[in-house]
Design a protein around this ligand. Structure first.
Ligand code: ASP
Length: 332
């Protein structure tokens, strides 16, 4: 009897220790490669490159988290990979504005203390997300734009890339087509939104910290100097420990007006809604207002939601208990 109870106690101790260890090792990550609809004539090889970019990014983020790294480093690493891929709308390969060059926006946010870094309207920085991180870590500011941001990049030792570095043939043709179809100035009420490819990531690390990051070239044929939702904290990017982290993609003007990213977290915090419900409601209300898009969101338990009202949203997720999964679909 005595022996049996010692055995039972031992068993219970082992089980509890394992449960704590498992809980400690719990992490989760979601990524997106933009909402919209991939063109039907996109060559299969290009589609494969897009899928590969998402897979590579998800792997890098998962590796950081599995090794016990923090969520902020994970989302930054994920976004950097996608900015370098040349096939997404961020960094190299971003969409072109009305004058034919790329202008880039990015932001990241640390859910621990709401520290944030953001940059907008960059023309010469290869990795806007790294500059956003530098703004957070090495300046007293949250958002730097245009020439001032470029100057800060140089102070941080980042090389100045020529405009051509960012331009791909696919984006040049896409702009040509858009100009042809639009044949009206970009300042009219109709905002040209020709996705896909904005990139973002949200993550929960094993210490329970949430973070979010987003990077984009914005919208095709946009006016020079236009800034979207991605670099605006609360609109396209938001993270708050204990509540949720969000990265949005879609018609940025609507995400700005409805402060979409922080709205998801507010519904969880104040209305006690589930992540799934909060995220879905925000996307549905935006759609009703005329704005298409999607978002990825993660809560303090590592639950992930990825609603979108657009034809598709490139996305992926992985966690300590789920194998990596990437979805790249061309809607019929
Ligand atoms: N939200 C981005 C912007 O408006 C574009 C996108 O996600 O496709 O700048």
């Amino acid at each position: 009897m005595f022996r049996a109870s010692i055995l039972l106690a031992l068993l219970l101790t082992i089980m509890t220790t394992n449960a704590v260890a498992a809980d400690k090792a719990r992490w989760a990550i979601a990524i997106h490669g933009g909402a919209g609809g991939l063109p039907h004539d996109l060559p299969a090889a290009e589609l494969e490159r897009i899928r590969q970019a998402l897979q590579d990014a998800l792997k890098v983020g998962s590796d950081v988290l599995r090794a016990g790294g923090n969520s902020l480093d994970a989302v930054q690493a994920v976004v950097r990979i996608m900015e370098n891929s040349r096939v997404l709308n961020a960094g190299r390969g971003a969409v072109l504005n009305h004058e034919g060059f790329a202008e880039l926006d990015a932001a990241l946010m640390d859910g621990r203390d709401r520290r944030s870094g953001a940059v907008a309207a960059l023309r010469h920085v290869a990795n806007p997300i790294d500059l956003a991180r530098a703004v957070m870590d090495h300046s007293p500011h949250v958002l730097l734009v245009g020439d001032g941001a470029e100057q800060f990049a140089q102070e941080q030792g980042m090389p100045r890339m020529p405009s051509d570095y960012f331009i791909t043939e696919r984006r040049r043709k896409e702009l040509e087509k858009t100009l042809e179809a639009a044949k009206h100035p970009t300042h009219t009420a109709s905002i040209p939104w020709q996705p896909v490819g904005t990139v973002g990531a949200v993550a929960l690390d094993s210490a329970g910290n949430l973070a979010a990051a987003t990077s984009t070239g914005g919208t095709v044929n946009k006016h020079v100097g236009r800034v979207g939702d991605s670099p605006l904290i609360g609109a396209g990017t938001f993270a708050q420990n204990g509540v949720c982290a969000v990265s949005a993609t879609g018609q940025g003007e609507y995400f700005i007006r409805y402060t979409a990213a922080s709205d998801v977290c507010a519904r969880i915090q104040y209305q006690h809604k589930s992540l799934e419900t909060a995220a879905r409601e925000v996307i549905t209300e935006l759609k009703a207002a005329g704005g298409e898009g999607g978002l990825i969101a993660i809560d303090a338990n590592g639950t992930i939601a990825m609603p979108h009202s657009s034809a598709t949203m490139l996305r992926g997720q992985a966690s300590s208990s789920q194998p990596p999964e990437v979805v790249v679909e061309v809607p019929q």
